[in-house]
Design a binder for this molecule. Structure first.
Ligand code: BTN
Length: 283
């Protein structure tokens, strides 16, 4: 296992001095390697860990992705899970994932000049290639949410050649985009700060601002998509998201259907337009 040391380490001694949050990451569990940070955090959550508890590992041996897939997690990435205990009902949980995607996109654009965009529901892409993913797991009953574990994986500082052949065409890393390493420590501290800010704002004021930002950062709406939702596969035009973050698709002329979860494939033949902004990296 590669040890991450010195300048690029995310160990608490390096991270804490630059962390500007009041809760996110204040309780910080750092590992060189773990099976899955989501799994590690679940144990802590069941033992009463407070909101904002962060688990981060330099590499994962059993990283988990959405839809039961595995998540390749070599040293150099940023693999983390954050514990949230919002007073929400379980159907509102997807909004929390959306919030994390908004905060990370904002951070990559503002701090790193990377023109990241969101593919519904919460994949981060750069020029159609995946650079980060989010896996939210929850514990609760029908009406009550006990806690949420939001797991975020960022393909940061490893070569794209570390990705398996099957992913190489559809995924990349920040290091490839920037032609050099990203400052993982600064990126992590900025992301946690942005995420905390959006989180407490949304709990106080509602999710309208986050939904607005999601729309402005997204690369799904207005496009022809193929959507695998459970056993069902549909094609159509992605029109919008509703107030709970569900995707509205026109599946036939005049027929709109709403989807809570699923896997979107963006149909080709559509030109990605770089978002306008003052710090866009032109790759
Ligand atoms: C996806 O499939 O797009 C979601 C990937 C989420 C990966 C992250 S890495 C940190 C956390 N721990 C895990 O086992 N998975 C998430």
């Amino acid at each position: 296992m590669a040890q991450i040391e010195g300048g690029d380490s995310l160990d608490p001694g390096m991270l804490m001095p630059i962390l500007k949050t009041s809760a996110f990451g204040v309780e910080y569990h750092y590992e060189q390697e773990t099976a899955s940070t989501n799994a590690a955090l679940r144990t802590l959550a069941d033992n009463g860990a407070p909101e904002g508890t962060l688990v981060l590992a330099e590499s994962q041996s059993g990283g988990r992705g959405r839809r039961g897939r595995s998540w390749i997690s070599p040293a150099g990435g940023i693999w983390l899970s954050l514990l949230l205990r919002p007073a929400l009902s379980p159907p509102q949980a997807p909004l929390q994932t959306l919030l994390a995607a908004v905060a990370l996109t904002e951070t990559l654009r503002r701090e790193e000049g990377i023109a990241a965009a969101i593919k519904w529901p919460n994949d981060l892409l750069w020029q159609e290639k995946k650079i980060a993913g989010i896996l939210t797991e929850m514990k609760g009953t029908m009406g009550h949410l006990d806690y949420l574990i939001v797991g975020v994986g960022i393909n940061a500082n490893f070569p794209a050649a570390c990705l398996p052949d099957s992913l190489r065409d559809n995924a990349t890393t920040l290091r490839e985009i920037l032609h050099g390493p990203v400052d993982r420590r600064r990126l992590l501290a900025s992301f946690l700060h942005a995420w905390e800010k959006h989180y407490y704002f949304a709990l106080r004021e509602g999710y309208a601002k986050a939904l607005h930002l999601w729309r402005s950062y997204n690369m799904t709406l207005g496009r022809d998509v193929r959507l695998q939702s459970g056993e069902r596969q549909v094609t159509g035009r992605a029109l919008d998201i509703d107030d709970e973050g569900r995707l509205i698709v026109e599946t036939a002329p005049g027929r709109r259907e709403t989807f809570l979860a699923g896997e979107v494939t963006l149909q080709k033949g559509w030109q990605y337009e770089s978002p306008k902004g003052d710090c866009i990296h032109d790759g």
